[in-house]
Design a protein around this ligand. Structure first.
Ligand code: SAM
Length: 276
């Protein structure tokens, strides 16, 4: 059975997907079908089941299995300052440019959105980067970071702001010293950072997005979506961004052609774009 797709007709798979949506409101049609099938196969193997029908029945009999299915579908792997070359441009170019523009316009609020924030490392990294760049000027700015994800368990971890010390190696030394408290086993992010971040459960396809955003990070989330769905979400981001706002996608994620017209590339290699 190892490595094999579950058995059953295409109709069985569709019925199972409809059942999951009806019972739990998890819209599996937002994921590529091949991705859903691979993830379902993992659960079936774990339960020693062979067909979609058996799994559908199992879900009816053991409702706690829905939680495990959602865990399997949402891969939450992340890290502080993940992909350093991207952060080099965010810290070295994007954030300074935003602060300069705000200062020139007499504006004092910076609004940032980490879309698909998983366990919180990305929005905390963003906040640290802004606070460091602002320096003493941080006192006269409001830095507001919206951090959203579909997965409530990941969001709980994010809100605790407590991580294994192994993760510290991804934090640049000055950020580590200034923004974390370490007890040798776990470390926590200081309130100086956490107070700027608001976590919220949000499905990118169905919930209202935050507006007037200056910088959106949506990295390593598009892997789940079809091209058409990616375009839909890029259009959501376009509406969400203030004029001249920035969008950063994951390093392996390309701006879909059908939605590219509203953006100019800042770094095509690092997938950084600006709303035009
Ligand atoms: C691999 S993590 C990315 C974390 C972080 N952005 C990074 O790059 O390190 C992908 C996250 O996307 C979330 N996600 C998947 N589909 C989503 C959707 N439709 N709406 C909101 N979040 C979603 C998952 O729950 C998961 O936490």
């Amino acid at each position: 059975m190892e490595g094999q797709a579950p058995q059953g007709t295409a109709g069985d798979a569709t019925r199972l997907i409809a059942q999951v949506e009806r019972d739990r409101g998890i819209d599996l049609s937002q994921y590529r079908l091949s991705y859903v099938e691979r993830r379902l196969a993992t659960r079936l193997r774990a339960l020693d089941l062979v067909t979609y029908r058996q799994y559908g029945q199992y879900l009816l009999d053991h409702t706690e299995e829905y939680t495990r299915l959602l865990d399997t579908l949402t891969v939450n792997v992340t890290d502080f300052f993940r992909d350093p070359p991207v952060w080099k441009i965010i810290r070295g170019e994007v954030i300074p440019a935003l602060i300069t523009a705000k200062t020139a316009n007499g504006q004092r609020t910076i609004r940032v959105w980490s879309a698909g924030c998983a366990t919180g490392e990305e929005p905390y990294s963003l906040t640290m980067a802004f606070l460091t760049e602002l320096g003493d000027a941080a006192k006269s700015f409001i830095v507001s970071v919206a951090a959203t994800d579909l997965d409530p368990v990941a969001l709980q971890t994010a809100q605790r702001a407590e991580y294994d010390v192994a993760k510290l190696e991804h934090l640049p030394g000055p950020d580590r010293v200034r923004f974390t408290v370490n007890d040798g086993r776990r470390f926590t992010i200081k309130p100086e950072v956490t107070e700027h971040v608001r976590f919220r459960k949000m499905n990118l396809f169905s919930d209202a997005p935050p507006l007037a955003i200056d910088l959106i990070l949506c990295r390593n989330v598009f892997i789940y979506f079809t091209r058409e769905q990616q375009e839909r979400i890029i259009n959501v981001f376009h509406k969400s961004l203030a004029r001249g706002g920035y969008l950063v996608l994951g390093r392996t994620e390309k701006m879909p052609n059908g939605a590219a017209a509203g953006f100019e590339p800042i770094s095509s290699k690092e997938r950084i774009y600006r709303k035009i």
